[in-house]
Design a protein around this ligand. Structure first.
Ligand code: NDP
Length: 330
């Protein structure tokens, strides 16, 4: 086991980035408490950005992306983990400047690692991955802000993506009536099968952008796209309702006024699943493995190998992805 396969992103001449699958040496991994043989990873939007040289995600190249990894402990310097333990790592620096889950081995600090939650297989943990963790945190935040299933429809934007599909499934599982905003109107049947009762064309989400307030439509919302769409969602919330912002596929900035806040008392909330303290991540994983466990995860999943990743990354960056990409490492 001295060497292993990994996706390797290199910077070529004139700032062009290239992705290849190469053999790497375990001795070249950074020092750390725990060496893990990775069974599964998953493709998240941030991985796609890392794979094309986005310095906001990854500063140093060459590099192996992959912010998610699930596998088996091979070596451990700490008493809490021993060889053979099945474990899950998401976020922190994994896949950013630390070689990530798109390699068959990772070495990481013990403070990033949780034991596989009992109710989920390693494969299921990575179908969920950072996307599932984020969807769970968004739903939890809305409920903490007072949302209940009887309050009305909950909007999910970027509905066909990883966070979007899992948010729709989870909200539906908890009895919410879900509206899905997506550019993939031709995949409305897929969104309906997840549980969405109303489908909105993403193009209409910019309607009324010039107005200070829009018709009150949503009892709550999970926004995975950001940009001006996010502020149109803020303007469409019921009096006192909340939207959770977690993503930026439509843009990282938006034009805003104070009116929705001072006239309707609405809330714009944030979720980060990356730097979140480990005990909070572990508690959410436990929830996703028990009372919030989702069925039929294979229906939203495409399984790929390392060699297939460059194609999948291009698809994701083009906004053409549907559901989750599970990466199989063995
Ligand atoms: P995906 O690529 O799986 O999904 C993103 C979806 O956004 C697409 O499927 C598409 O949905 C929509 N979309 C794509 N391009 C655009 C565009 N130009 N304008 C508007 N919508 C667009 O990504 P993930 O689900 O993995 O991540 C979604 C977002 O959440 C990303 O920005 C990611 O960085 C962020 N994120 C944040 C986390 C946090 O901790 N805060 C954790 C995980 C993700 P459709 O075609 O249905 O409209």
């Amino acid at each position: 086991m001295d060497s292993f396969k990994a996706l390797w992103v290199t910077e070529g001449a004139h700032g062009a980035f290239q992705q290849d699958v190469i053999q790497r040496s375990i001795a070249d991994l950074p020092s750390g408490d725990i060496l893990i043989k990775v069974s599964y990873s998953s493709l998240n939007y941030k991985d796609a950005l890392s794979a094309i040289g986005n310095r906001g995600v990854t500063r140093r190249y060459p590099h192996t992306p992959g912010i998610d990894a699930a596998g088996v402990v091979v070596e451990s310097r700490v008493a809490d983990f021993k060889p053979g333990d099945e474990v899950v790592v998401t976020g922190y620096d994994l896949g950013m400047d630390t070689p990530g889950g798109f390699g068959q081995y990772i070495r990481v600090p013990a403070g990033w690692v949780i034991k596989r939650p009992g109710g989920l297989s390693l494969r299921e943990t990575m179908i969920l991955g950072t996307a599932g963790l984020t969807a769970g945190l968004c739903v939890e935040k809305l409920e903490k802000s007072g949302l209940t299933a009887s309050a009305g429809s909950v909007l999910v934007t970027g509905a066909s993506g990883g966070v979007g599909t899992l948010a729709i499934k989870l909200l539906t599982r908890l009895g919410y009536s879900v509206a899905a905003a997506s550019a993939k109107i031709d995949h409305a049947e897929f969104l309906n099968r997840l549980g969405a009762r109303q489908i909105l064309d993403r193009a209409t989400m910019m309607d009324g952008i010039e107005k200070p307030l829009l018709k009150e439509q949503w009892a709550g919302a999970i926004d995975t796209v950001g940009g001006d769409i996010l502020f149109n969602v803020v303007k469409s919330l019921h009096y006192g309702a909340s939207v959770v912002c977690c993503g930026l596929t439509a843009g990282s900035s938006f034009k805003a006024t104070v009116f929705p806040f001072i006239l309707r008392g609405v809330n714009l909330l944030g979720v980060d699943s990356v730097e979140l303290p480990l005990h909070i991540k572990a508690a959410m994983w436990e929830r996703l493995a028990t009372q919030w466990k989702l069925d039929d995860l294979d229906d939203i999943t495409r399984e790929v190998h390392l060699d297939d990743l460059p194609n999948a990354i291009n698809q994701m960056l083009a906004g053409k992805m549907i559901g989750r990409i599970l990466v199989r490492l063995d």
